[in-house]
Design a protein around this ligand. Sequence first.
Ligand SMILES: Cc1cc2nc3c(=O)[nH]c(=O)nc-3n(C[C@H](O)[C@H](O)[C@H](O)COP(=O)(O)OP(=O)(O)OC[C@H]3O[C@@H](n4cnc5c(N)ncnc54)[C@H](O)[C@@H]3O)c2cc1C
Length: 573
Amino acid sequence: MSFKHDVVIVGAGLAGLRAALELAGSLNVAVISKVYPTRSHSGAAQGGIAAALGNEEPDSWEWHMYDTVKGGDYLTDQDVAEVLARDAPRAVFELEHMGVPFNRTPEGKIAQRAFGGHTREFGKAAVKRACYAADRSGRVMMDTLYFEAVRRGIKIFPEFQMLDIVMADGQVAGLVVYELATGEIHLFHSRMVLLATGGFGKIYKTTSNAFASTGDGVSAACRLGIPLEDMEFVQFHPTGIYGLGVLISEAARGEGGVLRNSNGERFMERYAPAIKDLAPRDMVSRAIATEIREGRGIGGRDYVHLDLTHLGEKKLAERLSDISSFVRIYLGIDPVRELIPIQPTCHYMMGGIPVSVEGRVLWPSGESVPGLYAAGECSCLSLHGANRLGCNSLLDLVVFGRIAGRRMAADLEDLSWVDPPRDAEHRARERIERLMEGAGSEKTAHVRSAMQETMTALCSVFRTEQTLARAAVKIRELKDRYSRVRIDNRGSRFNMELLDALELEGLLDLAEAVVVSASGRKESRGAHFREDYPERDDENCLKHTLVHTAGEVLELSYKPVTITRFEPKPRTY
Ligand SMILES: Cc1cc2nc3c(=O)[nH]c(=O)nc-3n(C[C@H](O)[C@H](O)[C@H](O)COP(=O)(O)OP(=O)(O)OC[C@H]3O[C@@H](n4cnc5c(N)ncnc54)[C@H](O)[C@@H]3O)c2cc1C
């Protein structure tokens, strides 16, 4: 079957939905989502959304902008951070007016809490800037925006999976889409496409991300030859449940929780004397990894403790109820009385598809790809630089999702319809046929686990030239093994084995892009820590990485960082 829509949005998370709301009404807009829309990963966000409302303590957008730039280790494009920080209060009030049930102060204002790296007076002390709904902030935002989208008549296709972006005459012509319930391949003919497909934490073994976080939009853009930006910057969240990676929100530390090593010591006092456990995530994750390496993991093992016991039963039940129940269910531990074993878990991708501040996807020349836009975690606005601050992603989604939607509405007039090539679906059909009928005997699950183990062992919190070189060789071998993957399930309804195999091809491309980008950056900045180059090197490396496929290999190039207000300084907390 084929479909025709002015605009197709790939992804029903908060970025996709917020953009869709801007386009609803006069235009024929479709949103496709490979998972049921409200199950998008945005719904798993716990801690909150940042905005300098100053409801609990004095605050200003300039402090928020400064924290975002410093948190990103000065790789953040400062013009973008300014748009974010200035627009944040409006964005939060808009959510409130749509019906998001934020927690309240006793006077009835939106309540706020402390979060890592958010400070007042340019770094003097932690500030309460995160607006939240208990530890279900993403859930209530997702439900509110989804109902709003349905109310405004936006056409949503649940369980439709994009396989390829179709181009004709250098312009977007639509998408090739696989329908999970039938196994049919459809052509969606459109004038514009917005990619809002989320992150790709699934390249790692331990991650807080959902199963669907496989970066399909990022790998599809890469296949078109679009370079990917700042892919070496992978955020590890300090507090994943040990062994599982399930997230314990930073809100736990924002509410007063502390980290302890095997001596019971609150070790963050040594690493970030001013804001301690509320230092940015890259620093806390490195501190935990260092404690473990130096033998102060609990019982000599590879985890430390998160201590919430002093917060009291009432606060845990009111403010951190979901995470308390995760701990009870997954670990059989009562956080009111017992310490929680945690270790860093892959959480967020700072890199992705390069976009302008208005969401247009960019070629390295700075020209945009006609009809192609991206928003949310799959995009790289260079807002989060080398390390994202907690609560800045939900904000990014609603601020820049809206801006991208507006830009698209304005750009549409200038774009004519172009016919997709006759063989638009050819690559997709050929891939599926090869996976079903091919001669190989490799299994998707084996290749995927080997990739995840490789990335976790050789390209995580700490990296060196040697580990990255080994990772690059391994990923190449795995790509070769992938060419021999064959699936057993020949069914056409909800064939998850097929979908896993299709997603793995893109994951391997993204893993390789991360490794190659990391090898090229010979310095340590934000989440990218090179043990062989432990210092930040502004003279040679204050630049964004671009990685793109050139035949069989990946090539690197660089582009400058936009600095407006804050000159790079040593980053201490
Ligand atoms: C556990 C957890 C807690 C978090 N907590 C916070 C927090 O408190 N505050 C904060 O600011 N940030 C938080 N984050 C980060 C933030 O939630 C994410 O960065 C953000 O939700 C990503 O939103 P998105 O709209 O870009 O994509 P997602 O919400 O991930 O949605 C992706 C969408 O794309 C669709 N999709 C993907 N591939 C395809 C395809 N091939 N075809 C069709 N559809 C496709 C999916 O179906 C889905 O609808 C958290 C992240 C995690 C994992």
